[in-house]
Design a protein around this ligand. Structure first.
Ligand code: 9D3
Length: 256
């Protein structure tokens, strides 16, 4: 997959391929990341990329022409069909379904805004989808673009050591993950839940499912509304809720 990023901070965005799964994907040739700086597509003496907003108001707006020139150059650099995504606080929320759709394609162009945003005519003329990574305020689209690159890269066939990891992910299963433990069996007096060291694989699977359901109920109840629960799931969740109300369970105690 090839991802082109149009950004005033190309060196920053390219860092995403220096470490971890995204680095390995790039080394293996699964992912090619190319950054384009709209400043290099200006023609005035001062290389101006921003200007004051029509209608007044605070801050500056990124000018249409250098952005459009950069986007068009990125498009033309590869003949395969491309989706142009503008990372913006006004976008539709990024979710795993959208990430999977991007990973199934051959190309993306990611457009990063700075300051108050970009000239809307660029959105009209060039952008296919406007996407946000959540309801909090960042200072630009670069980190969101890197988030998107990371999420897409780990879905590229061969990028993960174990394909099971991608399939069993929370948001693929539609529930939050269950808690994980590794050695030693006791950490400052805190024991690993007994069932996990007992070797009864059916009991372990039931415990993990119950924890996933219980945490989702505690922290993300809207996930349960959408999840399709069978009779066994409903029984496990009822058990969890009952134990929670009796104060037996402290799963999810952090922050609640
Ligand atoms: C005053 C109104 N603000 C819009 C909500 C101004 C504004 C805030 C933040 C304008 C640009 C930005 C920069 N943010 C992004 O470019 C951005 C973003 C984000 O801030 N949060 C979550 N997802 C994204 S995607 C791009």
């Amino acid at each position: 997959m090839r991802i082109d990023v149009v950004t005033l901070f190309p060196d920053f965005v390219k860092q995403v391929t220096r470490w971890g799964i995204t680095a390995r994907a790039a080394e293996q040739g699964l992912l090619e990341l190319v950054a384009w700086n709209p400043r290099l597509f200006t023609s005035d003496r001062h290389r101006t990329v921003d200007d004051r907003p029509y209608g007044g108001g605070p801050g500056m707006v990124i000018k249409a022409e250098p952005l459009q020139a950069a986007i068009r150059t990125a498009r033309a650099a590869d003949p395969r069909p491309v989706t142009v995504v503008y990372l913006s606080p006004q976008g539709r929320p990024l979710d795993q379904a959208r990430v999977a759709r991007y990973a199934a394609g051959a190309r993306l162009v990611l457009l990063c805004g700075r300051y108050e945003g970009i000239d809307e005519r660029v959105v009209e003329a060039e952008v296919d989808e406007e996407v946000s990574i959540g309801d909090y305020v960042l200072s630009g689209g670069e980190l969101p673009a890197m988030v998107l690159v990371d999420a897409v890269a780990r879905l590229l066939p061969g990028a993960l050591g174990d394909a099971r990891s991608a399939r069993e992910d929370s948001f693929v299963t539609g529930l939050l993950d269950y808690p994980h433990y590794t050695r030693p069996e006791s950490v400052e007096g805190r024991a690993v839940p007994k069932v996990l060291v007992g070797g009864d694989h059916r009991a372990i699977a039931r415990w993990q499912r119950k924890q996933a359901l219980g945490r989702s109920w505690l922290r993300r109840p809207e996930l349960l509304d959408r999840a399709r629960l069978d009779a066994e799931d409903r029984r496990l969740l009822e058990e969890f809720v009952e134990e929670y109300r009796n104060g037996c369970s402290d799963s999810g105690a952090a922050e609640s």
